[in-house]
Design a protein around this ligand. Structure first.
Ligand code: OXD
Ligand code: MN
Length: 601
């Protein structure tokens, strides 16, 4: 096997921060014996370590240094062209029984899977350095915070984990010496980045993840989708909290009243944009702040849901990001950013489709080939990414480190739907809200391999991320609801509805503030709404549309319920529930029947 990750040899004082917890030492020893690396590098998260790893990565062409004047302290990484997105078909939940994984997950028997993976890992790190990356997910003093260790042979993974998590000594301190303490074991090896030897396997009962054969972030930054969502959701159910694929934002009115909102959208539907929204001029004095852009861990306190962002950085989709679509993201990625699979200009700047200004006359595309505006290929891969520390975000919420989290007033579900689904509506109550989440759907995007633009049901945007049986997941939502005396209101939004001419009806981006404002009005028991079969719908005058260039017909179309489209939608809800093979709770079946009945009233 070609060595695509040659070993590096740190000087004294770098790479030698061994943990003292015997359970961790034993596990690292076991994985070392199996993978047979040249040496072991124990990460401590220090600046010196970062400088050393960056320099070595530059030498090995894992990173390309970007123009220091244009994007200071930033780098470009190119992944193998066969390895540019999450691969759901080789992502497995390995529970003792198939039922525990449920109908929405690929299941694989744990003992067989360990054997298969251990065969692949046998000697896989020969001639390579094995990095041990300790990290925590969550603010340092939060009761929700979890410790993880990721073993990897990829320098790109180490450098990304440093951005995306709180990494290094902080985790060793949090874990302490109790050999029985809870912590996640993550093993990653690039192997030879062969799609036929690529598997992302989760063993929820062992709090273990093994990912082989990929170098793409979503498959290999094990803290994120693997721990914070798949294993996280499993632990959350067992321990009575929630791990959700949700952004968390704060909205403050000019009078200083503040609400926090959590919102679930499928991958690449604009979560990062929504989390960093800048209100339009008409909303002078309103402020939106970001707690998180992808994942929310929530627990109940005093009958309310409180949320923390377990991550420390953003791993966002680059194409389409501009000063028009997301100025805060642009400011965040102007420096100290690790780019993956964007284009490189002649002056070592980065470029992507949708960036402000004219395209460069010449660039090197994401594959490393010459590119000009006449080229048929895209310069940046549609799922090219930035990894940037959350500290770079000018709109970072001041309470992002608050251990107890922020109180959630509203939960928003949303998807990318060209038709049928109105701009916004509110659930009648918590269980109806669960129904909205359970039946939400979206047109697929480039964030995962497979066809783009196909409508797929994606309950709570957790279809690829729920680490156990989806029926039990719905039940967990219902159980949480029973414990909430002051539950968040639940909404559904759709920024992507199109008119007869095939154009988007809603301008989106900052103008989504108008929808957010109605959501907040409802939370404050002020906003008007009409009862419709699908839920509480704003009428046009309930939304603040002042100074917005939109005609009456578009607003009516955005808020309209087309009965014919909904008959088709209701049939699809039934088909979806039926496809889950009997796991859907009775209560949600009842919700569906009530929805059908409301349409027939
Ligand atoms: C992501 C995803 O990368 O959802 O956040 O795919
Ligand atoms: Mn995501």
């Amino acid at each position: 096997m070609e060595n695509i990750a040659p070993a590096i040899f740190p000087p004294n004082g770098i790479g030698d921060t061994k943990p003292t917890n015997q359970a961790v030492l034993d596990w690292v020893h076991e994985i070392g014996k199996l993978t047979k690396p040249e040496n072991i590098f124990w990460c401590d998260g220090s600046e010196r370590e970062n400088e050393f790893l960056t320099a070595e990565s530059l030498k090995q062409n894992v990173l390309i240094k970007l123009n220091e004047k244009k994007v200071p302290c930033s780098y470009l990484h190119r992944s193998n062209p066969n390895d540019v997105a999450r691969v759901e078909k080789v992502t497995f939940i390995c529970t003792p029984t198939k039922e525990e994984a449920g109908p929405t997950n690929n299941w694989s028997e744990p003992a067989d899977t360990y054997s298969k993976l251990y065969r692949l890992l046998n000697g896989a790190m020969r001639g390579r350095t094995m990095f041990v990356v300790p990290y925590i997910m969550g603010p340092p003093d939060s009761p929700l915070t979890k410790v993880g260790f990721e073993i990897t042979d990829s320098k790109y993974v180490v450098l990304s984990m440093r951005i995306m998590t709180r990494m290094g000594k902080i985790a060793l301190n949090r874990l302490g010496n109790d050999p029985k303490a809870e912590w996640n074991r993550g093993v990653h090896s690039l192997l030879d980045v062969d799609p036929d030897r690529r598997f992302i396997c989760h063993f929820p009962k062992d709090n273990t993840i093994i990912s082989v054969g990929s170098g793409y972030g979503g498959n290999v930054l094990l803290s994120k989708k693997c721990l914070a969502l798949r294993i996280g959701s499993y632990l959350a159910r067992k321990q009575g909290w929630m791990a959700e694929h949700m952004l968390i934002l704060g909205v403050e009115s000019p009078e200083g009243r503040k609400h926090y909102v959590a919102a679930a959208f499928p991958s690449a539907c604009g979560k990062t944009n929504f989390a960093m929204l800048i209100p339009p001029a008409h909303f002078n004095g309103w402020k939106v702040t970001t707690v998180g852009d992808d994942i929310a861990w929530m627990e109940i306190r005093d009958g309310r849901l409180f949320a923390v962002n377990p991550e420390n950085g953003y791993f966002g989709v680059v194409p389409g990001t501009s000063y028009k679509s997301n100025p805060n993201a642009m400011k965040s990625i102007e420096h100290d950013t690790l780019y993956t699979n964007v284009a490189l200009t002649n002056d070592a700047d980065v470029w992507w489709e949708g960036k402000d200004g004219a395209p460069p006359k010449h660039a090197i595309d994401w594959r490393g080939n010459d590119w000009t505006p006449e080229s048929k290929e895209k310069a940046a891969h549609p799922n090219s990414r930035f990894a940037t520390p959350m500290r770079n975000n000018p709109a970072l919420d001041p309470d992002v480190e608050r251990g107890e989290g922020v109180p959630i007033s509203a939960i928003i579900f949303g998807g990318r739907r060209s038709d049928t689904v109105p701009l916004v509506y509110e659930a009648f109550d918590w269980n109806h809200g669960i129904y909205l989440g359970a039946t939400m759907a979206s047109e697929t995007t480039a964030a995962a391999t497979g066809a783009v633009g196909r409508v797929r049901r994606d309950p709570m945007a957790m279809l690829p991320f729920c680490g156990y049986n989806i029926g039990d997941y719905f039940r967990h939502w219902m159980d949480i609801g029973k414990r909430l005396t002051n539950p968040p209101l639940i909404f559904n939004v759709n920024w992507f509805r199109k008119g007869e001419n095939g154009k988007f009806l809603w301008p989106g981006f900052g103008e989504n503030m108008r929808v957010l404002k109605w959501v907040i009005d409802r939370c404050e028991r002020r906003g008007g709404a009409l009862k419709s079969p699908v839920g509480w719908l704003p009428s046009p005058h309930d939304l603040d549309l002042e100074e917005l260039d939109i005609d009456h017909k578009s607003v009516a179309d955005l808020l309209g319920i087309d009965h014919e489209e909904w008959q088709k939608e209701l049939a699809e809800h039934k088909t979806f529930f039926d496809s889950l093979g009997g796991v859907v709770p009775e209560e949600l079946q009842k919700q569906r029947e009530q929805l059908v009945a409301r349409f027939n009233e």
